[in-house]
Design a protein around this ligand. Structure first.
Ligand SMILES: [Mg+2]
Length: 309
């Protein structure tokens, strides 16, 4: 089946562009029929993805990071196109959540051997989200990652360093969280809206989040001291934070998070103005190309264990 690849050469701090020749070599060696376009400005991937899907291309592959994936899925929502992911970014969190191989040849092989499955999306105003949204501390983490974009430290360590820096500067804030049948008023460090289990380059923030169970998770981190946050942050990588009394997880199909003063919010890794963050679940709204195991996992729904990566 023909694949239309949309490559963001700037993803992974230019790593995607540098590996473009290798990507094409793999496609040719595996005998995968393809066409390829590179993006050159923000949101172009949305336009290219929609055009390809409307032209009847069955599989549209986002080659880049979570930002590229987000742009492509926004182009594909409501079409018959299937999203494939070639993880080449800094975070690759949706690929991780879908069990897509993070190394290049495994991800390319999936274009040939993968199976289609349906995953849920979130809708936030006119945007669609595949991975996660957040307000609070996560926004400052992203700001710090952006500020250090030219640093020699790349990938998940970049997020960890930004997170540590952010914690030292961060103040808790008050927030109103409305969900299906529940309203909370809290002092928090952060609130996360998780469709996928991973955020910030592999932090396993919502281990029980399932990408096709018709629900998403709201993870709330109540006020903690700075030493407590520092002590508990590494636990997020293996899900050990869930035992902490300040961490609460809710399941819902709708949420509205309001701050006393509007602030930036994160939607699939991108900082955008501004709160409230209001998201609702669109069950099975997107077709994705995944491994046989992941397709079975998505089809079975919530009763299942998370996908191992
Ligand atoms: Mg879910």
């Amino acid at each position: 089946m023909k694949v239309h690849l949309i490559v963001n050469p700037t993803a992974g701090r230019g790593g995607a562009g540098r590996r473009l020749a290798l990507l094409e070599e793999l496609l040719q060696r595996m005998d995968i029929p393809y066409c390829l376009e590179c993006t050159s400005y923000p949101d172009e991937a949305t336009v290219l993805a929609r055009r390809a899907a409307e032209a009847g291309t069955p599989i549209i592959a986002a080659a880049g990071g979570d930002g590229t994936v987000a742009e492509v899925l926004n182009g594909l929502a409501g079409t018959d196109g299937t999203l494939a992911i070639i993880p080449m970014g800094t975070g690759n969190d949706l690929a991780r959540g879908l069990g897509i191989p993070l190394e290049l040849s495994g991800a390319v092989a999936l274009l040939k051997e993968g199976q289609r499955a349906r995953m849920d999306l979130l809708q936030e105003a006119s945007r669609f989200l595949g991975g996660a949204g957040a307000v609070g501390i996560a926004c400052q983490v992203i700001e710090n990652v952006e500020r250090n974009r030219d640093s020699f430290i790349k990938g998940p360590p970049a997020f960890l360093i930004a997170a540590l820096k952010t914690i030292l500067e961060h103040q808790p804030y008050s927030v109103k969280i409305e969900m299906d049948g529940l309203t909370l008023q809290e002092e928090v460090v952060g609130v996360f809206v998780m469709n996928s289990p991973y955020i910030a380059g592999g932090m396993h923030l919502a281990p029980t989040a399932h990408l096709a169970d018709g629900l998403f998770e709201v993870v709330l981190v109540e006020r903690m001291t700075k030493p407590e946050i520092l002590l508990n942050l590494p636990k997020v990588y293996w899900g050990g934070h869930l035992g902490h009394p300040a961490v609460r997880v809710y399941q819902t199909q709708w949420v509205r998070i309001t701050l006393p003063t509007p602030t930036m919010k994160i939607l699939d890794g991108e900082l955008v103005p501004s709160t409230p963050l209001e998201a609702r679940l669109l069950p099975g709204a997107l077709s994705v190309l995944v491994t046989k195991e992941a397709a079975a996992h998505l089809a079975r729904g919530r009763s299942d264990q998370a996908i191992d990566n």
